[in-house]
Design a protein around this ligand. Structure first.
Ligand SMILES: Nc1ncnc2c1ncn2[C@@H]1O[C@H](COP(=O)(O)OP(=O)(O)OP(=O)(O)O)[C@@H](O)[C@H]1O
Ligand SMILES: [Mg+2]
Length: 134
């Protein structure tokens, strides 16, 4: 199995745009069609926006995963921010208040094939998502 890694630091609002663009480009490289490229770009911007808003800084790590019968894009959002008190509550639909296109973390979960969140109050948040092209 080969893994190709790249990453984007999130420190200022503009970094969200850069992370989104990089997500879309990598999705295209991996072989996703335009609809999945848009899904991935949306998921990345939701994750990056959360880092910027709630943790101030962090990073988005991209891993292209490929072996003989599997190929996909793994997106890790990681920060050392305040963490989330009640993860199960924020994963309920209707928790996020903005009503934006991505619909918060439950939206990210829907857009991707795999979603896992690990958050420790006072320590930070780690979110792992994967989308498979095959
Ligand atoms: N990286 C993070 N660090 C700390 N808290 C976070 C982080 N990401 C999310 N949260 C908390 O989880 C809540 C839910 O996040 P989610 O993205 O689902 O919705 P939202 O950001 O409130 O609204 P929306 O994303 O729809 O604009 C946030 O309001 C915030 O309190
Ligand atoms: Mg959000």
């Amino acid at each position: 199995m080969t893994i190709t890694k790249s990453n984007v630091q999130i420190r200022k609002e503009w970094d969200i745009v850069g992370a989104r663009q990089m997500g879309r480009e990598l999705a295209k490289d991996v072989g996703f069609g335009t609809v999945d490229q848009a899904r991935i770009a949306t998921a990345v911007s939701e994750l990056a926006r959360n880092i910027y808003l709630y943790a101030e800084k962090g990073q988005i790590i991209y891993e292209i995963i490929e072996d003989i019968n599997k190929k996909g894009l793994k997106i890790i959002a990681t920060d050392d921010g305040p963490g989330i008190q009640d993860v199960s509550k924020i994963m309920e639909d209707g928790f996020s208040t903005s009503g934006g296109l991505g619909a918060g973390l439950p939206g990210v979960k829907r857009l991707m094939d795999y979603f896992d969140i690990d958050s420790v109050p006072g320590r930070g948040t780690n979110i792992i998502t994967v989308k498979w092209v095959r």
